[in-house]
Design a protein around this ligand. Structure first.
Ligand SMILES: O=[N+]([O-])c1ccc(OS(=O)(=O)O)cc1
Length: 530
């Protein structure tokens, strides 16, 4: 075992850099067939493997709870994002039923740090500082202004930030993604000085709403989206096929009923809609620029070749638009404007809604929040030492539960049976290393079961089969059955044609949901985080 002392690392184990974009759509990146300029991510794609069927959870906090622990969101304590209840599985923070992998890596001698969004509990004892991160500069809650600490949630008019567990303030006018990158660069430099391998978590808050970014990043997209969101969705559907991200016989799913036809909008409305997407693309452009800064820094200090870089989105493209809703809307409308002239600036609150989110999640059904593929099938790229088949695309089924086991293997550490004297639940995923080294194309057998439940929205996957339930309130008979090998867009319910398979999948659901502790109807929140 490597000694837990600084400056004593004898043989350098690889660094691990996990970069998570917030609400990035599947169809945005250049290397996935999208139209936004992402040269730095494209370089990672050329040097690494793109995963076309990688699945996150449909929401931000549940995804973070899952990939940081290698376990189910209920087991981790995050049954429903933003809900805090005195009920096992729904505590609203990471519990002692699991161990976040940064804690184990830190104990083994890794320098562990993160910068960006936490969203796994507001209390001091829930802070990343207590969960295995030696250094952290974080937005503690779910979302924030990108230029200011002027909050977007009524309960926190000033957005809460901490550095190494201590409350800190935002330097007004600084831009989120730039600041988070500066911090990461300083933490990476420190680990280099100490000659320790690092695990770094770049928990970016971009391109999450409110859509804010400097004109220098969005101006070049001006005019690109003037034909509207339906056209963009179709264009991307075709370009994703050309990029081999979806099969030639894929079908484009119809839009969610919330999406208004582009042609029904007035010219003024269309102008504003187009600017939303220009801003979104500008944010992704800036995100890519900052990822380039990280890559350049790693190269400059001679650590690029020894760093496993994992890039992913935390869930599908986001359709939320709280500015116009009854709950948070009045607070937002008091503090922010949605004027065309101010769009993208510090005083502006703009989200791009289900209409553009569907262009982001083209070719899948729906978007963030749903257990459909549009909510969960996200882009992932892995590059770094030992990664074979550079530039290839892997189409096998993987999930965010597979990341922690991969990181344990790469860092030559093991997940413990107990932690701080308490027995912990076993890991659920499997290491991706055989895929990264080119020994295997897949790690999950046809019998592997992956389930996901969030507030009654549910899915379970076994081999090519998926049961999906997005009807409210949850009732087991509302599950539909899809064959994802022929129906990526989840359009043809096969439950009547395959009653045996359907019953088998329902039995798997019963077993799985009991094992992980799903409670339906969802327990009521004692305290909301949002
Ligand atoms: O419903 N909310 O309150 C809510 C939804 C999404 C959200 O963004 S997320 O990135 O944290 O999922 C924040 C709050």
């Amino acid at each position: 075992c490597t000694p837990n002392t600084k400056n004593q690392e004898t043989r350098k184990r690889p660094n691990i850099l996990l970069i998570v974009a917030d609400d990035l759509g599947y169809a945005d990146l250049g290397s996935f067939g999208g139209d936004i300029d992402t040269p730095n991510l494209d370089e990672l794609a050329r040097k690494g493997i793109r995963f076309s069927r990688f699945h996150a959870s449909p929401f931000c906090a549940t995804s973070r709870a899952m990939f940081l622990t290698g376990n189910d969101n209920h087991i981790a304590g995050m049954g429903v994002q933003g809900l805090t209840a005195d009920t096992v599985g729904y505590e609203g923070h990471l519990t002692d039923r699991i161990v976040p992998f940064p804690a184990v890596l830190k104990k083994s001698g890794y320098s562990t740090f993160m910068s960006g969004k936490w969203h796994l509990g507001l209390r001091p004892e829930d802070n990343p500082h207590q969960k295995g991160f030696e250094h952290s500069f974080v937005l503690v809650e779910s979302s924030s202004n990108h230029y200011s600490s002027k909050g977007i949630w009524k309960k926190n008019p000033i957005s809460p930030y901490t550095e190494d567990g201590v409350e800190t303030t935002w330097n007004e006018g600084d831009y989120s993604t730039d600041v988070y990158t500066d911090k990461l660069i300083s933490y990476i430099s420190e680990s280099k000085e100490e000659n320790r391998p690092f695990f770094g978590f770049a928990a970016y808050t971009s391109p999450h709403w409110p859509l804010q970014v400097d004109e220098k990043y969005w101006k070049k997209y001006e005019g690109r989206y003037d034909d509207g969101y339906e056209v963009l969705k179709e264009k991307r559907f075709e370009s994703l096929k050309k990029a081999w991200m979806i099969p030639e016989n894929a079908v484009l799913p119809p839009s969610h009923p919330r999406v208004k036809a582009w042609d029904s909008l007035s010219p003024e409305e269309q102008k504003k809609e187009a600017r939303k997407m220009e801003l979104y693309s500008g944010m992704v452009d800036n995100l890519d620029y900052n990822i380039g800064r990280l890559i350049t820094h790693l190269k400059e200090i001679g650590e690029y070749e020894n760093t496993l870089i994992v890039f992913m989105s935390d869930n599908g493209a986001a359709a939320e638009d709280f500015y116009y809703n009854d709950g948070v809307g009045p607070f937002l409308r008091e503090r922010y404007t949605d004027n065309y002239e101010d769009m993208g600036k510090v005083n502006s609150y703009i989200a791009y809604g289900p209409q553009w989110a569907e262009a982001g999640s083209s070719p899948f059904k729906y978007y963030k929040g749903f257990t459909t593929e549009g909510g969960m099938n996200v882009p992932m790229i892995i590059s770094g030492p030992g990664v074979a088949n550079q530039g290839s695309i892997n189409d096998s089924f993987f999930t965010l539960l597979d990341l922690a086991p991969t990181f344990y293997e790469v860092s030559e550490t093991t997940y413990p049976n107990d932690w701080n004297g308490k027995e912990v639940k076993p890991l659920l995923g499997a290491s991706l290393l055989p895929v990264l080294t080119g020994e295997a194309q897949f790690i999950h057998s046809e019998d592997y079961v992956f389930g996901m439940e969030h507030g009654g929205d549910a899915m379970l996957r076994k081999g090519k089969w998926k049961i999906l339930n997005v009807d409210y309130p949850f009732q087991i008979e509302n599950f539909a059955l899809y064959d994802l090998s022929t129906d990526l867009a989840e359009q043809v319910d096969l439950k009547d044609q395959n009653p045996e398979k359907y019953q088998e999948m329902l039995a798997e659901w019963e077993k799985w949901s009991q094992n992980v502790g799903v409670i339906l109807p969802t327990p009521r929140s004692q305290k909301s985080d949002e």
